[in-house]
Design a protein around this ligand. Structure first.
Ligand SMILES: C[S@@+](CC[C@H](N)C(=O)[O-])C[C@H]1O[C@@H](n2cnc3c(N)ncnc32)[C@H](O)[C@@H]1O
Length: 258
């Protein structure tokens, strides 16, 4: 990666280039809780919004759902995903989760991780609405996103966190409090069934070890050490996460279409 690309890359792609596989705020542990809460069975038609590099997709496919469709905006990511996700009734399309080219009520389970946070609030609502449209009655929608805490966090601090996140991860991240996430889901007709949270320590050594295992963690460390420019950016991200660690968390919510 040349310096220009390193300086401009969105935080998650920079981390992915360094070899990181787990790119969502609550780490592998929260992803596993999400998958458990969705209780995916061989009878389910599953849609994933923004599969990214396919980490969760592979775990979900181990449950052998009847069908799996990933809707990924990034063409290069979709191309790579097609190399690992293949077979009958397994598909990846390049597209926007807010406008999926499918009929109404075709899915039993829909989920997306670390993808709503990066949308403005009206776009978050459009994606949640689309999940509602695509699900059958009784179907489940799971999200795994960045949270703000406590519920009564001041607008000033919220704006400060959003500003610093945008500067460091180069994504206009707009995390919400737990009640705001719930409110968005309920507004579109969902009933919340389960909520799990985890600290937002994506770049702390113990979380990296937990998420990636020892061998991959060493490899990521080596890649970062070799590239001072990337190291500087990742340190900046880590220091923002650290600065606001008492006001940011990771949240999983699973909601039902009633
Ligand atoms: C931070 S990454 C998370 C990827 C993956 N879900 C994970 O947790 O590892 C964000 C991903 O969301 C995708 N994305 C963002 N907005 C999207 C949208 N409206 N529809 C589909 N994919 C989207 C991006 O292309 C990127 O792959």
């Amino acid at each position: 990666m040349n310096n220009k690309i390193i300086d401009a890359a969105q935080g998650h792609w920079l981390l992915a280039k360094m070899g990181k596989k787990v790119l969502r705020p609550g780490g592998k542990a929260l992803t596993l809780k999400l998958i458990k809460a969705l209780s995916i069975t061989p009878a389910d038609s599953v849609i994933e919004f923004a599969p990214g590099i396919g980490f969760t997709a592979q775990k979900v496919l181990a449950n052998n759902p009847q069908s799996y469709l990933g809707v990924e905006l990034n063409e290069a990511a979709a191309k790579d995903l097609r190399k690992i996700i293949k077979g009958n009734f397994r598909d990846i399309i390049v597209g926007n989760a807010a406008a999926v080219p499918l009929e109404d009520r075709v899915a039993d389970k829909i989920y997306g991780e670390a993808m709503l946070t990066m949308q403005a609030d009206h776009r978050k609502a459009a994606i949640i609405k689309e999940a509602y449209r695509l699900l059958r009655k009784g179907g489940l929608y799971g999200i795994h996103e960045l949270g703000l805490t406590p519920d009564g966090i001041s607008d000033k601090l919220k704006a400060e966190i959003q500003h610093e996140l945008a500067l460091s991860i180069k994504v206009n991240a707009r995390p919400l409090t737990q009640s705001e996430w719930i409110c968005l889901l309920e507004k579109e007709g969902f009933r919340v069934k389960e909520i799990h949270t985890n600290p937002m320590i994506l770049l702390e050594t113990r979380r990296i070890l937990d998420d990636e295992g020892l061998f991959r963690s060493l490899k990521i460390g080596y890649n970062i050490l070799r590239q001072p420019r990337a190291r500087r950016r990742i340190n900046q991200m880590r220091s923002v996460f650290n600065k606001y660690k008492n006001h940011m968390n990771a949240i999983v919510i699973v909601a039902e279409k009633v």
